[in-house]
Design a protein around this ligand. Structure first.
Ligand code: C2E
Ligand code: MG
Ligand code: MG
Ligand code: MG
Length: 280
């Protein structure tokens, strides 16, 4: 993935290269069963609007409660799922669970109403059944479409720009939001950026990390924020870990932020508790 290759960083442990084909095959079998047997979980990370400090959204991030290996992060299984096509089943589970949760929050008068962002794999984006599936899940849970945001990576968008444009246009017609994840690590041209009907650019953590430390990263993040605003979409920064980074993003006019400085990804109840404490 472009992100893993991004910025020439050395991977200390890459499960993809250190595991054998047999390991991957076994993992795949376990994951297939795990999905069927309800071993997947979602955690949620709050997204905070800088203008007023309100929690406006939450990103749903998948975890796998493996029967013997404990709670696994997506780095341990997403690539294998993506390569095998099992990512369809995984993606369908995530979409269903995230929309169910968003609808629960939307109905609960004591809960902060937040939109929920769901990560789509490249395969899901070009799946001809995607739009119908999204439409069906929204209807099933009676979630207002604007409370769902789909995150697609720049790399997935440019892999098949025509198919991506068509899918995004149909999603926009549904009223669902679209976010370009890991922005800055792919190679989307400015022409495409203008052409893709998206609502926000999510600036990759690798650039946010260097804020206040590296003039280069300051410049890149500032340029990304300006680029987002130039094409009329929101700028979101991910991976904000320090007050210094937060302050730099305020100064640059970034709209929304997400990162450990605010909260780690937590379970659904903890996210609402966090939002409540913040409001009070
Ligand atoms: P992403 O969509 O860019 O998600 C952000 C990742 O950065 C998450 O890792 C999150 O926990 C982590 N993060 C958030 N704030 C900070 C911070 O301040 N510092 C640091 N160091 N990290 C932070 P996670 O949950 O391990 O997910 C990794 C990637 O796996 C995601 O990157 C996304 O590409 C993929 N992923 C996660 N859930 C799903 C899913 O349901 N479906 C698909 N297709 N991919 C998923
Ligand atoms: Mg994401
Ligand atoms: Mg991201
Ligand atoms: Mg990222």
């Amino acid at each position: 993935r472009a992100k893993a290759r991004g910025r020439g960083r050395v991977e200390v442990h890459d499960p993809q290269t250190t595991s054998t084909a047999a390991d991957r095959l076994r993992l795949l079998g376990e994951l297939r069963r795990g999905i069927a047997e309800g071993q997947l979980r979602l955690v949620f990370q709050p997204q905070v609007r800088l203008s007023d400090g309100r929690v406006t959204g939450a990103e749903a991030l998948v975890r796998w409660q493996h029967p013997t290996r404990g709670l696994l992060p997506p780095a341990e299984f997403i690539d294998v799922a993506e390569q095998s096509g099992l990512v369809r089943a995984l993606g369908a589970w995530v979409l269903e669970a995230a929309v169910r949760q968003a609808a629960r929050w939307a109905r609960d008068p004591r809960a902060a109403t937040v939109d929920v962002s769901v990560n789509l794999s490249a395969r899901q984006l070009t799946d001809p059944g995607l739009v119908a599936a999204v439409s069906a899940v929204l209807a099933r849970h009676r979630l207002p479409p604007h409370l769902l945001v789909l995150e697609v990576t720049e790399t997935a968008l440019i892999a098949d720009p025509d198919a991506a444009t068509a899918a995004l246009a149909a999603l926009k017609d549904l009223g669902v939001g679209v976010s370009v994840d890991d922005f800055g690590t792919g190679y989307a041209s400015l022409t495409y950026l203008q052409r893709f009907p998206v609502g926000e650019l999510k600036i990759d953590r690798s650039f946010v990390m260097g804020l206040g430390q590296s003039d280069g990263d300051d410049g890149i993040v500032r340029a990304c924020v300006q680029l987002a605003h130039a094409v009329g979409v929101r700028a979101v920064a991910e991976g904000v870990e320090t007050e210094e980074q937060r302050r730099a993003l305020v100064a640059m006019g970034c709209d929304t932020v997400q990162g450990y400085f605010f909260s780690r990804p937590v379970d659904a109840d903890a996210l609402q508790e966090w939002a409540r404490e913040r409001r009070g």
